[in-house]
Ligand binder design. Structure first.
Ligand code: 6PG
Length: 234
């Protein structure tokens, strides 16, 4: 586990999209597939739009897309992370449906988490892996230091065995579906996408060693971590 790589850029959207594309080409070159977990929220939307443009000639049939978390809503709900990804990337890049594993937010949360975890287990077993290994897991940073749907004080933070869980988030009085640290930590690389509008003082604290935020804990997992941070317009 090395120190996280921190990239600060004024060309946040373009640099983030190019980073993902470069990771895709590397994985496809080495293993003929690219396993990518998309993060949700608002920050990734323009990055996914850019990726759809500059990655139009990617062999999307050899890309496998998962979601690092999802709200417990139907896929056409405006809060759905899947809907945001479909509008900004999946549809514009004509990603084949069989290349996408959607977290079914419309189901009972426990059922949705269980079925997703089983889906990843089957795919891992097909490759002789004990745990499904993403090539790249994208994550965001919440204003409270959460990432995916790993919020301070919630049960999912303590999950050390399961890879995908339903997590009740008191601040929203709502269930979420989320990757756990064991699954995130098994990725070849994690990349946080943090635009320049984020509170800079929060960001400085989150990047401190052993900081007490859910996002910070990713830095101490076994995976390589890159932070791509947009510099606020002057
Ligand atoms: C979600 C996300 C969440 C997000 C952060 C940042 O489902 O909301 O996965 O972890 O990445 O909350 O969200 P913004 O990009 O909207 O600031």
């Amino acid at each position: 586990m090395s120190k996280p790589e921190v990239i600060r850029t004024r060309n946040f959207v373009r640099d983030a999209a190019e980073f993902i594309l470069q990771q895709a080409h590397a994985a496809l070159g080495e293993r003929n597939e690219f396993r990518l977990a998309l993060s949700g929220g608002n920050t990734p939307r323009p990055i996914y739009q850019e990726l759809a443009k500059i990655g139009s000639d990617l062999p999307w049939e050899r890309v496998f897309i998962t979601f690092s978390d999802e709200r417990c809503v139907p896929p056409d709900d405006d809060k759905s992370n899947f809907r945001m990804a479909r509008e900004s990337l999946l549809h514009p890049a004509a990603v084949p449906e069989r290349s996408v594993a959607r977290l079914r937010g419309e189901l009972d949360p426990q059922v949705a988490a269980q079925e997703y975890e089983e889906q990843l287990e089957v795919l891992a077993a097909q490759k002789g892996e004990m745990v499904f290994r993403h090539d790249l897991v994208l994550l965001g940073l919440g204003d409270d230091g959460h990432t995916a749907s790993l919020f301070s004080g919630t049960a999912a933070l303590e999950e050390s065995v399961r890879k995908v869980v339903a997590n009740f988030v008191p601040k929203f009085d709502a269930w979420r579906l989320t990757f756990t640290y064991p699954l995130i930590g098994h990725a070849r690389r994690v990349c946080f996408l943090v635009d320049g509008n984020k509170q800079q003082e929060l960001l400085a604290k989150v990047l401190e060693p052993d900081a007490p935020f859910p996002a910070s804990r990713v830095n101490s997992l076994a995976t390589d971590v890159t932070w791509i941070i947009g510099e606020a317009a002057a």
